[in-house]
Design a protein around this ligand. Structure first.
Ligand SMILES: Cc1cc2nc3c(=O)[nH]c(=O)nc-3n(C[C@H](O)[C@H](O)[C@H](O)COP(=O)(O)OP(=O)(O)OC[C@H]3O[C@@H](n4cnc5c(N)ncnc54)[C@H](O)[C@@H]3O)c2cc1C
Length: 415
């Protein structure tokens, strides 16, 4: 499709939402450019998987060319499976079962998804561009300013620059996120060791949240098995795009209180891994083995925060999406799905405005009016889940860790 240049969109951040919006707009023939702070596309390992729910999948289906959407499905894990809540010895408290349908909730590898989202955007993603401000002026109406002194002109500016957003203070001046008491040290370990799965058969298709006796302490893990190997699937559906190697792995996360993570270890991968190893010593041997076999450079610390509802949008032709607006603790797997949903919704509203002549300010205001209610419902749900599963409230914690597991037989023997 020919690209019209009298209307242009500049996006800060080539994460999930920024790239998804760029795909949407490019398909509609809108002139879009993405400016990313990282110096290149794969400088961070981003070694974890994410669960896509029906909102995330629907947003991808609407935004991506058909073969790229199919690429996400075919490289993803099989749909269905379970999420088990257990005590620290992996005795079941209760289990949620996911639907086993082709377009139902499924896990995908984040690096593979990012690579899919970048496919076909050649020349439209600019790396090493650290957005710092939006200002009025120039031929298109707005300019996105970068820390190197440069600027990009655009009719519409979108901040998709994640939890630490530099544009938020200017575009949503009253909505800085609030810190929570909880944090997660995340890691990944190869699924196969000496040709054998490190995950026992009983948990083959399960994510597990093992809740410790001590409130504020839990361990999450889930295997990620690629449906089709990325190199083969990319060669078929997106030849020329970068295909991650895609070996199966287990993503895990130790949840603990922020006060247990000394400031001195926060940027030090080895010290973080050692802390995770010490702190998970009382968990089931399967969990201890996962930490022991982790790939050190995939270790990530995440300090959980919750976004605050914006009351005022300060620049009418500029808006924001994703974690930059509504960061949430990773409980319930809503963060990335909500970010993708924002991207498809904003794409739809901008394209409709171009088609029917609605002023772009109105299209953006409509997007914001629709996004804030569903996004902050997700924030409230995630924050509520975090409180219930890791908080100090005695009764729910006692039921989860003492009563329910005793009603079940041993799921994984402690060999
Ligand atoms: C361990 C973990 C597990 C998760 N699991 C799930 C899950 O299962 N399901 C789910 O839905 N969500 C999950 N999430 C949350 C999900 O990853 C985020 O909600 C999602 O990535 C947000 O997308 P985004 O586009 O808003 O921001 P991001 O994907 O974070 O992208 C932001 C981008 O902006 C760039 N940037 C930052 N500042 C600037 C700047 N000033 N100028 C230019 N570029 C900038 C960054 O480098 C980055 O590339 C998980 C998160 C974590 C940490």
């Amino acid at each position: 499709m020919a690209v019209s240049t009298d209307f242009s969109v500049a996006i800060a951040g080539a994460g999930l939402s920024g790239l998804c919006l760029a795909q949407y707009l490019m398909r509609a023939g809108i002139d879009v450019h993405v400016y990313e702070r990282d110096p290149g596309p794969f400088v961070r390992r981003q070694g974890y998987r994410i669960i896509l729910d029906r909102y995330g999948l629907e947003a991808l289906r609407e935004s991506l060319p058909r073969q790229l959407y199919n690429l996400a499905l075919t490289t993803g894990d099989e749909p269905g499976g379970h999420l088990r809540f257990t005590d620290s010895r992996l005795r079941d408290a209760f289990t949620i079962t996911f639907k086993d349908e082709p377009h139902a909730t499924r896990q995908v590898d984040r690096l593979t998804l990012r690579s899919i989202l970048q496919s076909g955007l050649n020349g439209r993603i600019h790396y090493g561009k650290d957005a710092v401000a939006v200002e009025s002026g120039g031929p298109a109406g707005l300019r996105m300013r970068f820390s190197d002194g440069g600027a990009a002109a655009a009719t519409v500016v979108v901040g998709a620059d994640g939890v630490g957003s530099a544009l938020r203070a200017q575009l949503m001046p009253d909505a800085d996120p609030t810190n929570t008491p909880m944090a997660g040290i995340y890691g990944r370990s190869p699924l196969l060791r000496n040709g054998e799965s490190v995950i026992p058969d009983a948990l083959r298709t399960s994510g597990v949240l093992a809740i410790a006796d001590q409130p504020g302490r839990a361990f999450f893990f889930t295997p990620m098995r690629f449906g089709e190997s990325p190199p083969e699937a990319f060669a078929r559906l997106a030849p020329g795009s970068y295909a991650p190697t895609g070996y199966d792995y287990v993503m895990w996360g130790l949840l603990l209180r922020q006060e247990e993570v000394p400031l001195g270890v926060r940027g030090d991968l080895l010290a973080l891994w050692r802390l995770a190893s010490r702190t998970s010593a009382d968990f089931h041997p399967v969990i201890r083995r996962l930490v022991a076999t982790a790939e050190l450079d995939a270790t990530v610390l995440n300090l959980f925060a919750t976004g605050r509802r914006p009351r005022r949008w300060a620049v009418p032709r500029a808006t924001m999406m994703g974690d930059a607006v509504h960061v949430m603790p990773p409980f319930g797997a809503h963060g990335g799905n909500t970010a993708l949903r924002d991207a498809a919704l904003l794409g739809r509203r901008l394209v409709q405005a171009r088609t029917n002549g609605t002023p772009v300010e109105e299209a953006i205001a409509r997007y914001q009016d629709e996004m804030v209610p569903y996004a902050f419902r997700a924030v409230d749900t995630a924050a509520g889940l975090m409180r219930r599963l890791t908080g100090g409230a005695t009764a729910p914690h006692w039921v989860l860790t003492r009563v329910l597991p005793r009603l079940h037989r041993v799921t994984v023997p402690e060999a």
